[in-house]
Design a protein around this ligand. Structure first.
Ligand SMILES: Nc1ncnc2c1ncn2[C@@H]1O[C@H](COP(=O)(O)OP(=O)(O)OP(=O)(O)O)[C@@H](O)[C@H]1O
Ligand SMILES: [Mg+2]
Length: 945
């Protein structure tokens, strides 16, 4: 068990709190039976939060639960994932290896913090399959924000895991994130226990238990100062006993001497100070060192920082344990209560505290502590000095110069502050300046602080003595500008750097980046030449990353020149070259994303889908911020080939996740569109409403409005008829907009159909022309078929429309196929070929049925009834809403794996899905089956297998 173990100081003398204990024991029984819950306990310092949990959850192990218990500490607050690591072990399986990799990866790796979040969530999933888990996270008011995020996401999963998630915090001290967490728990029906003062009778009982006699009147009135705070009450009682002022006789404990007035310390802190006053001075000095180390510490660390001999130290420690100041906590030592540490710590003058923190950092570093622990001490010292204040420690500068490359990946915010502080205290010509500044520049790049990248990396690109470093800095500046769409300036930065450092080994990366920028600038001839130059330079220096970027640039170029086969080959070579190089994580996600769109444009669906799933799993594991993009790309594939339920399972977890703005148009647009096809108008309108109006006016967003507009048109068609709907779609007739809109081809067909329905042949013809132009711009087989369908519809050419339907069927585009069959059926019916029309209609309805597109079935039916065609006897049952039959094919697979006792990450690996997608499936399964736990899924699935 980690520090803060629950078996420490178990209270034999716990009194009262019956309702709260009942709730905890109840939750424990439920989790032991497979149903999780989230519980928060709120209350002031010393009110009894920890004791309550220890008492209420004491029997967890006996109930078959695994108990994990950890606390957040003030010093660790800004270290991502610290609290969760405290409870669940280190985020990276092999810290040493991970440190080496992080250091080597510079600016090119994924985000280890995001990756750590996924690993933590996956770990809990796996633990929960072995046995129910009780996870207690104490003192959330000091938790790092990333751990709070993990908490939040775990809390959302307690419905599907045997996980009892418990947290404590002091009110009024936490962050906005904590407040959100609290609202989330309360909102989802979890419990928030507010612990108030203990009633007088129970305080009397507590003190009575301690002293072995019921408090008499004078003692009771002295203890009354504690205002129902049990810790304070205990301290007061202990103090009176220490001073020999209490006598127990006849079962009553009271203060001796009727006359003399008793003086009681007027605060909890004062009571603690009196407790400490009983210890020898040198022991208090050592305890202050311990307070600098934190709420818990090892004897080794304390020895290292205090410089005491082992023998002396042991004597002082046992005295402190005797005085109930320290207590043993597994192999470590802990202050018996946080307040004791606080009183010791705050008793030190600030300047001295800062110096002690630096000394502690040094001692810890010498003793081989991790970079984070050393940095926590340095950060505490820095905070004494104030933000951005100079931080004059020669030792710290040395240490940071060596460790910053690791630290910027583990704790980027803290690293930035320390680097700034140390740099402020360094002489202008100090040798260490360059490496420290370069680390700060990379850190700023990772934190997306573009202004700082410009300033610091920009300066170093011009002035660094090491040419490779200068080239790397120029790369940062250029890439950061490219990310912001400042292409010409990005190009200029590279040109300058190449002129200066043409011989640096890192030059190949610069040239490769320039090739990418040239493609984006539309300078195709130029970019081909530059990409070749980059490839040559990269092969001279053996730089795989640069080769990868250059090949990626070539592939982009071939794609914009419509040579998709070549683009795909170059893309494949790029992947081969970078393989699993940790430096290339970000590039790999990028290259995979392009691969997916190339494959699907070439109608190579199964491969596209595989790659899309692979891309998403990689993005999730590596923790790149591109994960939502990868999810959306996969949803696109599912949508086009008619696996709509799977598309929805990808989209749901994306909604509300951070990502570029335009993604919300694609996400909500597609959810709404599927809902409209499925006759679920409430949902369709709800998701349309989630897209903010201002987004629609944004030029960058307009290119991604295709799903949104088609969904909006369907809603309009149902509400007010085809004329209104056609008006919504007519926006795409503006050639400027059509050119910018990636999915404009999706709009022309419904526009033509709606226009024809109201006799507006001119608009229908314009739509056919628009479709043809889109196909000319991008002469893909699918675009051409859509254009032919559209033209055929306008011309009344059933054969042309049927031919398109044939292609759509062969290439697995279910919705396109159904729409073409429906149109062909109407045309054939108009022309009197009832038999063929009936056949086409049946095939269309069958395809719609597979999609669950109830609205389209109704429409097709109504359209053809005019010609005397009926659905015939075939019924088109919609999938039931609940029960085993309600499960989609993928949900059924997931349910069967759950029934085998597999965890979400294992199921994810087995079905090549992302863990979060599986989580979404499991919560749908629970909902449809009306089950409350995985155990119930097992039972129900056994009945069906
Ligand atoms: N109901 C109770 N019965 C008996 N003793 C109690 C009770 N509640 C708290 N105490 C005592 O009070 C002390 C402080 O309680 P505890 O450590 O649980 O407080 P806390 O709310 O967790 O404080 P913090 O915010 O500092 O973590 C403990 O030493 C415990 O023995
Ligand atoms: Mg506590």
């Amino acid at each position: 068990m980690s520090r803060g173990g629950y078996d420490r100081f178990v209270d034999q003398s716990f009194v009262g709190r019956d309702a709260e204990l009942g709730l905890l024991r109840d939750s424990l029984a439920k989790v032991a039976a497979g149903t999780g819950a989230a519980v928060l306990v709120e209350g002031e310092q010393g009110i009894g939060k920890s004791s309550l949990l220890r008492t209420g959850l004491y029997r967890a192990a006996a109930a078959g639960c695994r108990m994990l218990w950890g606390a957040a500490y003030e010093l660790d607050q800004r270290f991502p994932l610290r609290l969760m690591e405290e409870c669940l072990g280190p985020a990276t399986p092999e810290p040493v290896l991970a440190e080496t990799l992080a250091a080597a990866a510079g600016a090119f790796a994924g985000d280890p913090v995001l990756a750590g979040i996924e690993r933590m969530l996956a770990r809990v999933d796996r633990l929960c399959v072995v046995s129910p888990v009780v996870l207690v996270t104490e003192d959330l008011h000091w938790a790092d924000e990333v751990s709070l995020l993990v908490w939040h996401r775990l809390a959302r999963a307690v419905g599907q895991l045997p996980l009892l998630l418990v947290g404590t915090y002091r009110p009024g001290t936490g962050s906005e994130d904590l407040e959100r967490l609290r609202r989330g728990v309360a909102g989802r029906g979890g419990n928030v226990i507010e612990l108030g003062p203990l009633p007088g009778a129970q305080v009397a009982e507590l003190v009575g238990n301690l002293l072995g006699g019921r408090p008499g009147q004078r003692l009771a009135s002295a203890i009354g100062h504690a205002g129902g705070n049990p810790l304070y009450a205990r301290e007061l009682a202990d103090g009176l006993v220490r001073e020999g002022k209490v006598r127990v006789s006849g079962g009553v404990a009271d203060i001796v001497g009727e006359q003399t007035p008793v003086r009681v310390p007027d605060s909890l802190d004062a009571a603690i100070a009196e407790r400490l006053a009983g210890l020898a001075e040198n022991a208090v000095a050592v305890l202050r060192w311990a307070a600098v180390l934190g709420a818990e510490f090892s004897v080794t660390d304390l020895q290292a920082v205090s410089g005491q001999s082992a023998g002396d130290l042991m004597r002082m420690i046992s005295a402190a344990i005797g005085a109930a100041v320290l207590a043993e906590a597994g192999e470590r030592l802990a202050f018996r209560h946080g307040v004791i540490r606080q009183v010791l710590y705050e008793g030190l003058p600030a300047a001295l505290r800062a110096a002690l923190h630096i000394q502690a950092a040094r001692a810890l570093a010498d003793a081989g502590a991790t970079a984070e622990r050393v940095a926590a001490q340095l950060a505490a010292a820095q905070r004494m000095a104030g933000p951005d204040a100079e931080f004059a420690s020669d030792w710290a500068a040395d240490w940071l110069a060596a460790k910053a490359p690791v630290l910027i990946h583990r704790a980027p915010q803290v690293a930035a502050e320390l680097l700034r502080g140390v740099l402020a205290g360094l002489a202008g010509d100090d040798d260490r300046r360059e490496i420290l500044e370069a680390s700060l520049a990379i850190d700023s790049f990772l934190l997306l602080r573009t202004e700082e990248v410009e300033r610091i990396a920009g300066r170093l690109a011009a002035s660094a003595r090491d040419p490779d470093r200068a080239a790397e800095m120029a790369w940062l500046v250029a890439y950061s500008r490219m990310r912001q769409g400042r292409l010409a300036e990005a190009d200029a930065a590279i040109a300058t750097a190449l002129a200066r450092h043409g011989h640096a080994a890192a030059v190949a990366r610069l040239i490769a980046l320039r090739a990418m920028i040239a493609v984006l600038l539309g300078q195709f001839g130029e970019s081909a030449r530059i990409a070749d130059e980059a490839l040559a330079a990269a092969s001279r220096s053996g730089d795989r990353l640069a080769t990868g970027y250059a090949l990626h640039a070539r592939s982009m170029l071939s794609a914009v020149q419509r040579d998709h086969e070549t683009a795909l080959a170059e893309n494949g070579r790029a992947l081969d070259v970078i393989r699993d190089d940790p430096q290339a994580t970000d590039l790999r996600v990028l290259v995979l994303a392009n691969r997916i769109s190339l494959l699907s444009e070439l109608d190579r669906w199964p491969e596209a889908m595989d790659e899309a799933r692979r891309g998403l799993a990689l993005a999730e594991r590596a923790g790149t911020p591109r994960v939502v993009t990868a999810r959306q790309a996969l949803a696109d594939q599912y949508f086009t080939c008619g696996q709509w339920d799977d598309a929805l399972a990808e989209l749901e977890p994306s909604a509300g996740m951070p990502g570029p703005d335009y993604l919300s148009l694609l996400i909500h647009g597609m959810i709404s569109l599927i809902a409209a096809h499925r006759d679920d108008w409430q949902r369709a309108e709800e998701h349309l409403g989630r897209v903010p109006d201002e987004l629609m006016d944004h030029p960058a967003a307009q290119g991604n409005t295709h799903y949104f507009l088609v969904a909006k048109a369907m809603v309009a068609e149902r509400a007010t008829g085809p004329a209104q709907a056609a008006q919504v779609l007519a926006a795409v007739l503006d050639p400027g907009l059509a050119e910018r809109m990636v999915g404009c081809h999706l709009l022309f067909l419904p526009l033509a159909r709606l226009a024809l329905a109201v006799g507006d042949t001119a608009t229908a013809a314009a739509a056919a022309v628009g479709a043809r132009k889109a196909a000319e711009r991008e002469p893909l087989r699918s675009r051409v078929a859509l254009a032919e369908h559209c033209q055929g519809l306008v011309d009344g050419d059933a054969a042309a429309v049927l031919a398109a339907a044939g292609y759509f069927e062969a290439s697995g585009r279910v919705l396109d196929q159904a729409a073409a069959l429906e149109d062909a059926a109407e045309l054939m019916a108009q022309q009197g070929d009832t038999a063929s029309a009936r056949q086409a209609l049946a095939a269309a309805l069958d395809a719609y049925q597979r999609l669950g597109a109830a609205w389209d079935i109704r429409r097709a039916d109504a359209r053809l009834r005019r010609f005397g065609l009926r659905r015939g006897r075939t019924r088109y049952p919609t999938r039931p809403q609940t029960g085993w039959e309600a499960l989609t094919p993928t949900e059924t697979k997931v349910a069967l794996l759950v029934a085998e006792g597999r965890s979400n990450p294992d199921i994810a690996a087995c079905l090549s899905l992302s863990r979060n997608t599986v989580q979404t499936h499991v919560s749908h399964i629970l909902g449809k089956l009306g089950a409350r736990s995985r155990v119930e899924i097992i039972r129900i699935s056994l009945e069906h297998s």
